[in-house]
Design a protein around this ligand. Structure first.
Ligand code: ADP
Length: 307
């Protein structure tokens, strides 16, 4: 095999109580990439369509992640990467992660799979360092593994795949304003009070339990963020109105997707997820802000080959 085309999905990281450790994979939104094996060594990004992003290997997350992977292997092959960008950079639904994860997944396939999907996370994270200054796996892990994923440790890269209850649907609203991950990180305090930490890890543990037991009530009670959301939500226009509308329309929970500005909601059943979309759109329609919305089941497959 010399060339493959793949779908690299968008992802929601943090999921309220799981800052930097929890994420899940979306279905309808994602980039397409073509990865080609060449005899000329090295990595070249030969085409980017859909967005103005750097072609330079060192400045594009796909290039950085691909080089990290190749540096770990003794191969004389090189690779060309074409990126057909659908996920807007800085949207908070894992645009950089899709490219990083897609690049390492595609190269790994063309080399006969020297690594498992889980092992590829460490290389894809190098792309995240370029995008945000921090090597976090909470977007690249669900992009590669699908479903919900928990990052037990970012340093030694220990990622656990979690179950996804079958009736769980996500609604995403993306206000088209750019909020850079690096900027959204800069508003966060370095220290947190113990009582807040206790609440947060109680909710995170309960959410994981809810995912294992299909307990939608418990999932709903656990989708609470007492640490990051209060700091970041002022950066997102009409955040509390959007979240309130989602909950009133029947969502189990709602919060900032990744570092924003996108907002996610989780609902039981597609019908409720669509009602939540309508309710969120109603908040934004009279405002002068352009936006996209999506309804998605949880994508349990992750990145996939499409040709
Ligand atoms: P998101 O959360 O949507 O991934 P980030 O702010 O984390 O947004 O990442 C976007 C940053 O990464 C931007 O500065 C963008 O220019 C840079 N970047 C470099 N290469 C890519 C790529 N292939 N896809 C998306 N963003 C990229």
């Amino acid at each position: 095999m010399k060339e493959i085309k793949l779908f690299a999905p968008a992802t929601v990281a943090n999921v309220s109580c799981g800052f930097d450790v929890l994420g899940f994979c979306l279905d309808p939104i994602g980039d397409e990439m073509i990865i080609r094996k060449t005899d000329q060594p090295g990595v070249r990004i030969t085409k980017i369509e859909g967005q103005d992003l750097p072609l330079s290997t060192k400045k594009n997350v796909a290039g950085v992640a691909a080089e990290a992977l190749l540096a770990s292997l003794a191969t004389s092959f090189g690779f060309e990467i074409e990126i057909y960008k659908k996920i807007k950079a800085g949207s908070g639904i894992g645009s950089s992660a899709a490219s990083s994860a897609g690049a390492v997944f595609g190269i790994n396939e063309l080399l006969g799979r020297p690594y498992s999907r889980n092992e590829l996370i460490q290389f894809a994270m190098k792309g995240e360092v370029l995008a945000s200054g921090v090597g976090h796996a909470d977007n690249v892990a669900p992009a590669l593994l699908g479903g919900f994923t928990l990052v037990r440790c970012n340093k030694q890269v220990d990622v656990v795949a979690l179950p996804s209850p079958s009736e769980l649907y996500a609604t995403i609203i993306h206000p088209k304003i750019e909020l850079r991950t690096a900027d959204a990180r800069s508003v966060l305090k370095k220290n947190i009070p113990l009582n807040k930490a206790i609440e947060q890890w109680g909710n995170l543990a309960a959410l994981v339990s809810g995912l294992y037991t299909d307990n939608y009530e418990l999932i709903s009670r656990s989708l609470v963020d007492v640490i990051i959301e209060p700091e970041r939500s002022p950066l997102i226009p009409f955040f509390s109105e959007l979240k309130g509308a989602a909950l009133d329309a029947g969502a189990l929970g709602s919060g900032i997707s990744g570092s924003g500005p996108s907002i996610y909601a989780l609902s039981r059943g597609e019908e409720t997820a669509k009602k939540v979309r309508q309710a969120m759109e109603k908040v934004f329609l009279p405002m002068n802000i352009d936006f996209d919305t999506y309804v998605s089941k949880i994508n349990t497959e992750g990145i996939k080959i499409i040709e």
